[in-house]
Design a protein around this ligand. Structure first.
Ligand SMILES: [Ca+2]
Ligand SMILES: [Ca+2]
Ligand SMILES: [Ca+2]
Ligand SMILES: [Ca+2]
Length: 250
């Protein structure tokens, strides 16, 4: 079982788009499909360019967004998002690598797909390459406004955000965010649901992150005959809150 869990987590870390799942249905506005940032039913495109020079800062990084039309991608709508874009936290600096990873889902289920952008080279509070992730909100006029996804495993050289993915990984009906890193823990689980302004929270309603240190979840051997001596049980370590109200269905 340990290998099964490890494979699931690694798959999430290494294939950012693979876990982009359907959003829950019980909301006022039908959730948009991933990458439909302006909610017109037509897929849009986001291309990460982590090596892009921005404002003279080499490898600060950018994300190019092109909106769809009935005849295909409409290149005249191309917009560039960087850390210098109004409403995006941070500032473009050399080697930020903004856009190293992108993923999309309608995180706040308002009918407009949102865009997650990883910036693993961001220095945070003096930590070199600590990394950061932002969610840029979709809207009828396109992507605008953003907020930072918390990093509860704040250490030097985390490279938090080198991969990102979205999916309802705890099977409680709302989307969660997965962030790959290169530090002590290689996968962070940020529990949904999400809004533009409210605290990041877990499915049980308790706050996220509520702790500054990662926690480890473990599941004992199932009821029934005891396993042979020395048989391992699986354990799963995540940065941040882990499911506690129901058993995960990995
Ligand atoms: Ca669209
Ligand atoms: Ca920066
Ligand atoms: Ca949205
Ligand atoms: Ca969930």
């Amino acid at each position: 079982m340990r290998n099964r869990i490890a494979c699931a987590l690694l798959a999430a870390a290494l294939t950012p788009l693979a876990l982009t799942l359907s959003a829950p249905a019980a909301h006022a506005a039908p959730a948009a499909k991933p990458y439909d940032f302006n909610g017109d039913g037509l897929a849009d495109l986001a291309i990460g360019a982590p090596g892009a020079t921005v404002g003279g800062k080499a490898k600060a990084g950018a994300v190019s967004v092109v909106y769809g039309s009935s005849t295909g991608l409409k290149t005249s709508t191309r917009t560039l998002i960087t850390q210098n874009t109004a409403g995006v936290p941070g500032a473009a600096e050399a080697d930020d690598a903004f856009g190293s990873a992108v993923a999309s889902a309608d995180l706040n289920t308002d009918g407009y797909a949102d865009l997650l952008i990883g910036t693993p080279g961001e220095d945070v509070n003096g930590d070199t390459n600590d990394g950061t992730v932002v969610v840029v909100w979709g809207a009828k006029s396109g992507l605008s406004g953003a907020r930072t996804v918390p990093n509860s495993n704040d250490r030097d050289v985390d490279r938090y955000g080198q991969t990102v993915a979205v999916g309802d990984v705890d099977a409680d009906g709302d989307l969660d965010i997965l962030v790959g890193a290169n530090g002590l823990f290689t996968l962070a689980f940020v529990n949904g649901p999400f809004t533009r302004t409210s605290s990041f929270q877990g499915g049980s309603g308790s706050g996220f992150p509520t702790r500054t240190r990662p926690r480890t979840a473990s599941r004992p051997w199932p009821s029934g005959p005891s396993p042979p001596p020395g048989t391992p049980t699986w354990s799963c370590t995540a940065a941040g809150r882990v499911p506690t109200t129901r058993s995960p269905t990995w």
